[in-house]
Design a protein around this ligand. Structure first.
Ligand code: TRP
Ligand code: ZN
Length: 473
């Protein structure tokens, strides 16, 4: 005891001596010596979208304060305050932003220089930022967002206009059509969204509903707070005529549904299923990984697809509960467990599609075997059997039928090989081990072998990485 105390005291003395030996002036100069930084990279090297995302910093939080005037020439205006931490000494850094006009950028309260080139917004702070430092970037911007061409039939990527407003479906890259962003699954963050809209309209986003306040010119501000780590494509904003309906899941997570009045009656049945879908998901996949739940049901007859925006998926029309189960499954598979490269999209779509088959089985509509057999009937000559679902080569292949349906078949074969009980254990272990993290397909394959003790790799070779229709179902 005593020895240790003496040791501590003598160390303290040494510390005092050292500090006093250094003049206060010299210490100040050292603190102020500018760090020499290098530019953060303009992409994170994804195999399909090499320019998406940026390096050199890690975003913690986006605070968006936006005004949406659907009828104005500048439909969107406001500020984004991005809190981030430098992961290197940074002389400058990039954000991704598609079109829109940047008016002003501040870093830590000081005006920063910025330039634009393609989808890259390059920000040069007045002083380099030291590695490890937290810094706040405030970007004031406005414009009329322009959606990117969709990679999936009957959809678009980004800000989608409707007859009374707009909503965002931003997978894979459309997040950058509405706010400056580190557009990669490697940099999830929390979001606060305050959206001010004309009287009669409602602004909706992810997370918990904080409330509504009146603003100038008869407008209203709607505030949303999303505390779950969110990848950029899973964040959304919707503006239009909506009724907000609230509830709770069986575990007490708040539900907020935003429903276009034209879909009020037709959406009752599916919306009432939300607590049951989430409870079923928890039984099969483990704890629900999001702090909120619900749906945004808008009216966009031309948009055929739905997107799994975090906690609160977006639909362009009344969804079936089968589609809802798919979007909810993505909360575990995609939003919580994330692929590390877009070519591994099977980890999202194969799983969500198989979950949807299992939901139909649960509800007594069609068995997973019937779903499987129906897909297997596609003739061998069909181009459906050509791409490799485990490794799409182009953006177009990411959301193609092979990834979804052949992707689901793989999981059916695995489930048959290991049995229902082990299969569910595997899914739960997967979502637990990689919760709020990225993962790769190889890790899933090893997990199935480890947990079942069976040589499941053969199934993946044939059904996930094989070319052509497997000879036997
Ligand atoms: N992830 C969506 C799903 O399967 C599909 C999708 C991808 C999408 N990109 C989109 C839907 C853009 C709408 C818009 O559930
Ligand atoms: Zn999906």
């Amino acid at each position: 005891m005593l020895e240790r105390r003496e040791l501590l005291i003598s160390m303290a003395v040494v510390a005092v001596v050292t500090t006093s030996g250094c003049s206060p002036l010299a210490a100040d100069a050292a603190a102020q010596a500018p760090v020499r930084g290098t530019p953060g990279s303009a992409g994170v090297g994804d195999s399909i979208f090499p320019g998406a995302g940026n390096g050199g910093y890690d975003v913690a939080h986006y605070a968006l304060d936006l005004t949406v005037e659907p009828k104005s020439r500048a439909a969107l205006s406001g500020t984004s305050t991005i809190t981030a931490k430098a992961t290197q000494n940074l002389s400058r850094f990039n954000l991704d932003l598609s079109r829109l006009t940047v008016e002003r950028v501040e870093v830590d309260g000081t005006t920063a220089k910025f330039s634009r080139k393609g989808n890259e917004l390059t920000i040069t702070p007045s002083n380099p930022i030291a590695k490890g430092a937290k810094f706040a970037t405030v970007i004031t911007y406005h414009g009329t967002p322009k959606v990117l061409p969709g990679l999936i039939g009957g959809s678009q990527d980004g800000w989608i206009k409707t007859d009374d407003g707009a909503f965002v479906m931003g997978e894979p890259l459309g997040a950058m059509t509405w706010h400056p962003v580190n557009n990669t699954v490697h940099d999830p963050a929390t979001y606060d969204v305050a959206v001010t809209v004309p009287a009669g309209l409602t602004g909706v986003s992810n997370g918990r509903y904080v409330g509504k306040e009146s603003a100038d010119f008869g407008r209203n501000t709607f505030r949303w707070s999303n505390r779950t780590q969110t990848i950029p494509y899973a964040a959304t904003l919707a503006v239009g005529k909506f009724t907000l309906e609230t509830g709770k899941t069986k575990a007490g997570v708040p539900i907020v549904n935003a429903v276009d009045p034209r879909h009020h009656a037709s959406s009752r049945k599916a919306l009432e299923e939300i607590p049951a879908i989430i409870a079923w998901g928890e039984k099969l996949f483990g704890p629900y990984p999001v702090d909120s739940a619900g749906a945004i049901i808008d009216h966009a007859p031309k948009i055929g697809a739905a997107l799994e925006t975090i906690g609160r998926p977006v639909y362009g029309k009344t969804p079936t509960s089968t589609v809802m189960a798919h979007e909810y499954a993505h909360q575990w598979f995609g939003n919580s467990v994330r692929f590390s490269d877009w070519s591994q999209i099977w980890l999202n779509e194969g799983f969500a599609t198989y979950a949807m088959w299992m939901w139909d089985e649960e509800r007594g509509r069609a068995t997973t075997q019937e779903w499987f057999d129906g897909v297997y009937r596609v003739p061998a000559e069909d181009k459906f059997w050509a791409p490799v679902p485990g490794k799409p080569a182009t953006g177009k292949e990411l959301f193609g039928d092979p990834v979804y349906y052949r992707g689901a078949m793989v999981l059916h074969k695995v489930r048959q090989a290991v049995g229902d009980k082990v299969f569910s254990k595997i899914l739960k272990a997967w979502t637990a081990e990689h919760r709020n993290r990225t993962a790769v397909i190889e890790q899933f394959i090893s997990l199935t072998e480890k947990m079942s003790g069976k040589p499941t790799r053969k199934i993946f070779d044939v059904w996930l990485f094989g070319k052509g229709k497997p000879k036997k179902p």
